[in-house]
Ligand binder design. Structure first.
Ligand code: ADP
Ligand code: MG
Length: 234
C-alpha cells in the first residue's frame, strides 16, 4: 500500500494548439503524504487551479500521471473518474459553488444524491454541519448566509462522502481576513481530527505558513519561493 494521498508525476497540461498554445503545467512532480496539509502558492496564471483540477479529475492532462492512493486517476475512463471525484476527493472553491435553490442541509447532501440519501447520510450531514458551526442554519439558502457561513457549508459538503483528500482553491479568496482565518482554523482542525489530506491554494502567506509544507509554482513549474516572487515564509 502506497502511503501517499497524492502522487503527481511529470504532469503537463497544454491548452490550445499551435502558436496560441499555453503550457499551464510543465512536468510537475508533487507528492502529498496522507494526512498532510500542503499549501500551493504562485502568481496568477502560474497553473495552481489547473493542477488542482487535474488532481481532482475535473480536467485531463496532456501528459503525465496522477495517483490518488493506489489509483491512477489519469488512466481512468470518464465513468470511473466520476466515482473517484465523488468518493475520494472533496472540493472547496473560492466562490463556494453552492446551489442557490437548496438549503444548507440539502447542499451538503447533494454529492450523495446519485447513490441515495439514507438516514445515516442525513445524520452525517447534520454532524458535519454541527462541526462547522452551521447546525442552527440547516434550512437557510445560500442567499441567506454570510460568505463565511457559505464556505463552512461548502466545507461540510466537501466531507460528506468521507474523502481522503480535500482540494481547496483559494477558499478564503472571497472572505475578509478575519472570516478567512476562521475558515482556515476550521480546516486545520478537520485536518488534525479526521486525518484528511488537504491541498490548498492561497495567496496569503500567513495562511500558507500554517501548513505543513508550501510548494511554489511559476509558469507551470515548481520553483522556489523567490522564483515565484513570494517572500519566503517557511
Ligand atoms: P492560476 O490558478 O495559478 O491562476 P490557472 O491554472 O488558472 O492559473 O491557469 C494557468 C494558465 O493556463 C494561464 O495562462 C491560463 O490563462 C491558462 N488557462 C487556464 N485555463 C484555461 C483554459 N480553459 N483555456 C485556455 N487557457 C487556460
Ligand atoms: Mg486559480
Amino acid at each position: 500500500m502506497r502511503d501517499l494521498a497524492v502522487d503527481v508525476r511529470r504532469l503537463t497540461r497544454i491548452y490550445g494548439q499551435g502558436r496560441t498554445a499555453v503550457k499551464a503545467l510543465d512536468e510537475v512532480n508533487l507528492t502529498v503524504e496522507r494526512g498532510a496539509f500542503v499549501a500551493i502558492m504562485g502568481p496568477s496564471g502560474s497553473g495552481k487551479s489547473t493542477l488542482l483540477n487535474i488532481i481532482g479529475g475535473l480536467d485531463r492532462p496532456t501528459a503525465g500521471e496522477v495517483y490518488i492512493g493506489d489509483v491512477e486517476v489519469t488512466a481512468l475512463p470518464e465513468s470511473q473518474l466520476y466515482q473517484i471525484r465523488r468518493n475520494q476527493v472533496g472540493f472547496v472553491f473560492q466562490s463556494f459553488h453552492l446551489s442557490p435553490l437548496l438549503n444548507t442541509l440539502d447542499n451538503v447532501l447533494l454529492p450523495a444524491l446519485p447513490i441515495g440519501i439514507d438516514r445515516a447520510r442525513r445524520e452525517r450531514a447534520i454532524e458535519l454541519l454541527d462541526r462547522v458551526g452551521m447546525r442552527s442554519r440547516l434550512n437557510r439558502r445560500p442567499g441567506e448566509l454570510s460568505s463565511g457561513e457559505q464556505q463552512r457549508v461548502a466545507l461540510a459538503r466537501a466531507l460528506i462522502m468521507d474523502p481522503h483528500l480535500v482540494l481547496a482553491d483559494e477558499p478564503t479568496g472571497n472572505l475578509d481576513s478575519r472570516t478567512g482565518a476562521e475558515v482556515i482554523r476550521l480546516i486545520e482542525e478537520l485536518n488534525q481530527e479526521l486525518g484528511k489530506s488537504f491541498l490548498l491554494v492561497t495567496h496569503d502567506s500567513r495562511i500558507a505558513r500554517r501548513c505543513h509544507r508550501i510548494v511554489y509554482l511559476r509558469d507551470g513549474r515548481l520553483c522556489s519561493a523567490e522564483e515565484a516572487g513570494i517572500e519566503d515564509v517557511a
